[in-house]
Each structure stands twice: as C-alpha cells, then as structure tokens.
Write a protein that binds this ligand. Sequence first.
Ligand code: SF4
Length: 375
Amino acid sequence: MKKEQAGLYIHIPFCLSKCGYCSFYSIKSINLIPEYIAALKKEIKYYRNIFSSFDTIYIGGGTPSLLSAVQIDDLISTLNKYFDIDRQAEITIEVNPGDVSLEYFQALRKLGINRLNIGVQSFDDKVLKFLGRRYSSKEAITSIEAARASGFDNLGIDLIYGVHGVNIKSWKNTLQKAVSFAPEHISCYQLSLDDRTPLYKKYSLNDWHLPDENTELKLFLTNSEELENAGYIHYEVSNFARLDKFKSRHNQKYWQHAPYLGLGPAAHSFLNNKRWWNKAAVKTYLNKIVQGKMPVEDTETLSAEQLQLEALFLGLRTQAGIDLKLYKTRHGIDLLADKETIIDVLIKNKLVELRNGFLYPTRAGMAIADSLALI
Ligand code: SF4
C-alpha cells in the first residue's frame, strides 16, 4: 500500500495594511521578508528527518503575494532539496488582488504553482472599503482575468458574507458575479468579529449587528442553493468545487487527520496523533531560529477520545460524511449503536442521512454542523 503523503503549509505573516475584521496575526514590516525567508529555509531543513514526502503545498497568510517570484522559487527549491515533492502535487498560493499582475502569475506557473486562491471577498467597492480591503472590485476582476490569461486552470475565489448592509439579493449578485468567472473553487466565509478588531468597534459604535441566526441560516442556504444550481459541489461547510478533482486536496488533509507540517509563526503540524504549533510572533520565531532552536510554542498528544470527537466534528462538516466502518476501525466505536437515539432524531429532522454505511450531513445539517458534532 502506498504510504500516506503529508501536506505542507507555509505561513507568510506579512500584510501591507490590516483589514478591519481580521484577527489573524500579521505584521506590516515587509523589510523583514528576506530574513524571514532565510529562517523558513532553516525550519524546512529541521524537518528533513521527520517528514519525507509531500503531495500538497499551501502557501498562505497573511499575504503570500508580497513575496517576489524569486523568493518563492527559493522556498520551493529548498523544499525540493530536502523532501520528495510528488510530481502531481497540488501547489497552492493565496494572492491578494491588489498585488498581482500577468507577469507575476506567469512566473508563479513556471515555479510549478498550479492552484491559485484569490482573496476577492466581494465585488462591491462599498463592501471592500467597509472591510478595509486595499483594492477595488475592478482590480479583483483584473486579477482573475490575469490568472486565466497566464494559464491557471485551478482557480479559487474567497468571498465573505454576512456584512452589514448586504441583503440576500445583493449577496446573490455577488455569488453570481463570482460564478460568471467559472472558478474551479469558491469559498464563502461568514464574517465573524473578534472584539479586538477595528470593525468590531465600528459595529459597536454604530449599533450595527452581525446577522441574527435566522438571517445567517438564510445566507448559508443561499450559498448552497445558488452555487449547487450553478453546478458546484458543496463539499464542506464553507467550500464549493466545480468538480471532484477541484476540491482542495490540502484542506482535506486537515479534515481527515492526515499528517501535515506547518512552517512559520503560529503554523500547526500533525503527525502520529501529535499536534504542535509554533510561536505566533514573527520576532520571537526569528530569534528562536537564529539561536538554532525549534520555534515550537507547545505540543499536545491527542487522546483516543479527542481523536474520535475531532473525527466526528470534522466529518459532519463535509459532504463526504463519516464512513461508519472506518470510524469503528479507527476509534473502536460503533457510532450508530452508541448514538442510536440522537441519530434517529437527527434523521427525522432531516439534518443527517444514513446511506451505504456513511453518515452524511444534509444541507440543513451542514448549516448547523458545529452543533451537530455535539451529539
Ligand atoms: S490580507 Fe488577510 S491576513 Fe492580511 S489583514 Fe487582511 S484578512 Fe488579515
């Protein structure tokens, strides 16, 4: 049997400005990028005897498109030096519409990057301004067109819904606009606001509200119905793919407890039931590497119960659902026998379905996936 290959995530924690809703850790000091690339290369080397091969690479952020093609080439060459990168690997980079050009995309393709994720978020200039994004809808469209013109045939678009003042009708227009570019992948993330973000303060001052539960549900169902009607597969709560082959192979590793290595500040890794994560501050991360130490913040070994609960939680967020036989083999639990009463209630309420040995969430079930996992 072929050994399971791991996924690799590289975090680029730099952003030119801070979007009003963002609570991710990122810094504006792009002058640190060369030092940061050098540190990442050392971190890559540390792991050469722990991981051997990868079949997905995901460069995320922050804003990875602040890196030049030469810097990305440097990282990919280092990976190839220490690891076996599958010839068919899915190699994704997240890009920001304001930073990119046809030439940049052409250079990325030459490096073997075969999947782009464009952080469009909205096609409405008012919404982009409200969110604190630093590009216009015109630039977002130009970036999609440039990606296509450079030959990218696996393109993802990220959108944000639940923004104040965007009703269902205008949200549908956004979805239709996204579909008009026929991207291979669409992610729809619901706006959530951490109380430390500037947008949270704006909401409080203006007495604005995030959608109530009922509107949230309507928006979620709108995403699912509109995109499925347009031919997309709703394969995870927030994710849609035009064909099976366009489902994010990298993200599926997270959902299936496959091994993955995360490099850079705050990045998480998982191997043999052990999870560890790096220090979040860039300066601390850099200092550790300079001192020849691992920048790991902490490690946890997942107990059998944690693994089983996570598998339930993650499985019920995906269209693939839970393979009951595999679940029993891996976790020693017959889910149907163990949760018979509650599963019966969920089936009666059309929140889950039982078919061919799998337990699936229905569309309505996916809408409340986090609560479903509490069964
Ligand atoms: S570009 Fe992304 S990571 Fe950077 S501030 Fe905006 S939302 Fe946050």
